[in-house]
Each structure stands twice: as structure tokens, then as C-alpha cells.
Design a protein around this ligand. Structure first.
Ligand code: GAL
Length: 336
């Protein structure tokens, strides 16, 4: 009799504990598959994700998100690139700072490392990181390259250069369906952005594929159902502006005229493009618009605007941001 009574208490206590854990998880959003554009985005450790101006690369079934690490209290002698890992694009593990770099080219006070992008090279088994490297006046205008054998680093600085001997500021990355890797870089005085193919080892920019002659930066590119779509933002620094898109049948062009991706008065819902991510699932393929909502005076608090795009048949539209769910296995998305 006594033993049965004890067992009952034990079971009830266990159920109570499990229920409490479940309720707490639900309340903290940890267990939910929801992306909330513009809100704080805690990583699995509970800290707001620091991967600004970022890019994502998928290795097997893991996504790695790299970006500008802009936490408070970092040693200002260095610039840092963070690395996060996820299998569902929603819950992210902070893998540490993949790159910690001190001024590599004598750039001086307030030197700049922005918009890091990582490519994985199958042949050399190297992870190759590109980033915008600059001085405080943005006059150096080069890309920096760093490599690592592991996705989470540590990346080792290799060199800097001007791709195709051109000035380069904002960069973007694009991996085509056949695996070919491209760097997108904004260039002046030409006023436009280049799509350029990387060399076989990815350590240099080899071939100009196209110059899109429009004064745009924040270049993002995707291949969707037989058409290339490119997005760019106007050159307004940290302030948002109406981002625009164009299409082409081949990367070489000709590219269509540029059109707004959202009502222009919203200034892309206060955001600036950094990448378009295609998720091909068993039931659907979605394209996620990844953008930054910069807070220049408190960059650690800058937010991310991720939304599934309405895309197809030559049209692209960014729906009004709202929480949404994503299933990376099926490729399906749903507004909440
Ligand atoms: C933006 C650019 C950012 C950063 C900023 C500095 O135009 O997209 O990455 O460079 O200017 O003002």
C-alpha cells in the first residue's frame, strides 16, 4: 500500500516538472518554429544573434550563418566575424567568433570589416571567407580573404585585393545550382555592381560575368525557376531606402529594368538587403529575403528582417513583415 502511494507521488511530481518545462519553453518561444522579423532574435544561449550584414552557407544538413559580430564590450583592436549553426534556420547555436582579426593592412583607427560571406570549396576542403575591408573613410575599398578547415574557424587572414582591379565595398555571395561560386561587389566610379566568378580554389576573383549598371549595393542574387533575380539597395549608408530588383535569363544579362520590391514609402520596411536564401524542400521551394535593420548608434541591437518572398514569373515582392513559420524539410512557409 505504502509503495503504491509513493509511486503515485513520484509520477505526479514528474508530470508536473515536465509540464512546467514545456510551458516555460513555449513561453520563451524556444520550442516554436517562428521567425519574427524585426524583433530580438535570441540564439540557443539566449543572446540576440550578432550576424549583421551576413550570409548563409549550407553544409550537408547544417546551415552556417556568418556575420558582423557587433556585441558590446569587445576589444576594439579587433574586428570579429561570428558563426552560428542551425538545422532549421530558426534555432541557432553560437559557434563562437570564426574570425578575430587585428588591423591587417595598416588601415588605422576605426578600420572596417563588413558583410562577411563564406564559401566552401569542395576541391581544397577550405572554407573561404570574403569580407569588405576598409579604412574609416571607406577609401581602401577592397575585399579581404581568410580561410579555415572548419566552418566555425578559426579563419586565418590570407590577403586583400581589389576584385577585377576595381573598388569594392558592399559584397554579396551567390552559389548557382551547378555549384559555381560568385562574388557580387558594388563598385564606383562605375556605379553598379559586378557579378564575378571565383577561381577554382576560391582564393581570387577570376572572371567578370556582368556589370549591372545601376547605382545599387547590398547585392543579393537567386536563381528561381529558370530566372535570375537580383536585389540591390540605393547608396544611402545606414539609412534604409526602397530596395529594387531586376531579372535576367542568364547571369550575363541582359537584365530587366529595376522595380521596387516593396511599397517605396516603407523604405523596404526599414531594412537593407544582404542575401536571398533559397530553401528547396520536398513540397515547395521558398526564397527568404534576408535584410538588416541597422541601428548605427547601437549596432549590437540591429535587427534582422527575414521574410519569404513572393517570387515567380519575373515578379518579386516582399510581403509586409509579420511572424511566420518555416519547415526546411518541406520548404513550406506560413504566415501566422
Ligand atoms: C551601407 C552599407 C553598410 C555599411 C554602411 C556604412 O551603405 O551597406 O554595409 O558600409 O553603408 O555607412
Amino acid at each position: 500500500m505504502m509503495i503504491i502511494f509513493k509511486d503515485e507521488i513520484y509520477h505526479k511530481t514528474l508530470i508536473f516538472i515536465l509540464l512546467t518545462i514545456y510551458i516555460v519553453q513555449q513561453a520563451s518561444g524556444q520550442d516554436q518554429k517562428i521567425i519574427r522579423p524585426g524583433e530580438l532574435w535570441p540564439d540557443k544561449q539566449g543572446n540576440h544573434i550578432q550576424a549583421h550584414g551576413g550570409g548563409i552557407v549550407k553544409i550537408k544538413d547544417t546551415y552556417y550563418w556568418y556575420g558582423e559580430q557587433r556585441s558590446r564590450g569587445l576589444d576594439t583592436a579587433y574586428r570579429y566575424v561570428s558563426c552560428y549553426a542551425s538545422k532549421d534556420l530558426i534555432h541557432w547555436d553560437f559557434e563562437g567568433n570564426a574570425l578575430q582579426l587585428s588591423d591587417p593592412e595598416n588601415l588605422g583607427h576605426r578600420w572596417v570589416l563588413e558583410r562577411p560571406k563564406v564559401f566552401y570549396n569542395q576541391r581544397t576542403k577550405n572554407y573561404v571567407m570574403y569580407f569588405h575591408l576598409d579604412d574609416a573613410r571607406y577609401a581602401f575599398a577592397r575585399v579581404g580573404v581568410a580561410i579555415s578547415k572548419k566552418p566555425q574557424g578559426p579563419f586565418r587572414y590570407v590577403k586583400s585585393f581589389r576584385p577585377l582591379d576595381r573598388e569594392s565595398r558592399d559584397i554579396g555571395q551567390f552559389i548557382d545550382d551547378d555549384g559555381t561560386a560568385y562574388l557580387i561587389f558594388e563598385s564606383r566610379p562605375t556605379k553598379g555592381f559586378f557579378i564575378a566568378q571565383l577561381s577554382t580554389d576560391y582564393l581570387t576573383v577570376e572572371k567578370e560575368v556582368c556589370l549591372i549598371n545601376a547605382p545599387l549595393e547590398g547585392g543579393a542574387l537567386v536563381h528561381y525557376r529558370g530566372l535570375y533575380y537580383v536585389i540591390g539597395s540605393a547608396l544611402t549608408g545606414w539609412s534604409p531606402n526602397p530596395n529594387q530588383y531586376a531579372t535576367a535569363k542568364t547571369l550575363e544579362g541582359p537584365w530587366s529594368e529595376f522595380k521596387d520590391i516593396a511599397p517605396p514609402e516603407t523604405n523596404t520596411y526599414q531594412s537593407q538587403s544582404t542575401m536571398m536564401l533559397k530553401v528547396e524542400g520536398t513540397k515547395d521551394t521558398c526564397v527568404i529575403f534576408m535584410a538588416d535593420q541597422w541601428r548605427p548608434k547601437q549596432q549590437w541591437d540591429s535587427r534582422y528582417l527575414w521574410m519569404p518572398l513572393k517570387i515567380g514569373q519575373g515578379k518579386l515582392w516582399l510581403p509586409k513583415p509579420q511572424p511566420w513559420t518555416l519547415n526546411v524539410k518541406t520548404g513550406e512557409t506560413k504566415p501566422l
